[in-house]
Design a protein around this ligand. Sequence first.
Ligand SMILES: Cc1cc2nc3c(=O)[nH]c(=O)nc-3n(C[C@H](O)[C@H](O)[C@H](O)COP(=O)(O)O)c2cc1C
Length: 315
Amino acid sequence: MRILAPMEDVTDTVFRRILAELAPPDLYFTEFLRADLFHPRFSGRMQRRLEFSEAERPIIAQIWGNNPADYAIATTRLRQIGYDGIDINMGCPAPKLVKKGCCAGLIRTPKKAAELYAASCDAAQGLPVSIKTRIGLDTPETEDWIGFLLELKPAAVTVHGRTAAEMSDPPADWEQIACAVELRNRISPTTVMVGNGDIASAAQLQTAAAASGVEGVMIGRGIFEDLLVFRRHGRPWIEQPRAVVFETFIRHVELHNSYWQGERNFEILKKFARAYLHGLPEFETLYSQVMRYHDHGSLVAFLRQAVQQAVPGLE
Ligand SMILES: Cc1cc2nc3c(=O)[nH]c(=O)nc-3n(C[C@H](O)[C@H](O)[C@H](O)COP(=O)(O)O)c2cc1C
């Protein structure tokens, strides 16, 4: 199973819709959603973040926080909206969140982690509840931590093969992921194991899955290397015709504008410029030009003009 990783300010409904058209994964994750903001008094603030189109199914909503009551409210709402499952973030290493005992901070407080999971399960009424985490906080503690989580018998566990302290720096440790699979076989054979870290091509995905024994591979930053990474066959994004590259980027910018209507910052879109344009011969120039724009209309006008200036002999 090929899974799109949750990525804040990346995997919003707009980008998920683009991927659904280009090369859909087998499963989508939302960005992480703050459980305490599901309280009815914040409903307006969350609404647009929670919507998705049918093309983005199956879709898992990921939540974070540290209060079981919030998890119950959040899970109930997500179930009512129609999500296919709930995932609990126990892996984000942001120091501010870890300090508050959220996300990877839960590795320090397994009892709290179990309470949050139980609160979600009760409210999920049979909807699958999964956990995404790392192999430890400061040092690998796969046996203890992942072993503990597996005792809870979650529907799935995603293991990002780094400790929280490692952030995104050293290569992901797929041997630890393979250890997690062995633990699963022993402790909770029905839990689906998902490996995550540094996969950027369909070939790497197959090798990693075969070597570690996971049923699913989750891809995050690899999507920026190849927007077609979830395709099983065919040419990578950098070999796509020039017109397709520009038309898709323009579609993303326009969809972002019409969907978010100013609720989300235009600047977020700049994260995608490299992903769309990096195969073009004049990438460096185009990239620095894109960085100068600060609104949707001007960027679209620039991209429309740029697509006309095809380099002779290159489609
Ligand atoms: C920009 C960005 C935002 C992320 N946001 C989330 C998030 O909201 N929830 C989460 O569990 N992980 C988040 N992550 C971590 C990814 O889901 C993934 O675990 C990590 O990038 C390692 O996988 P990769 O090597 O395939 O990118 C984020 C990563 C990036 C780069």
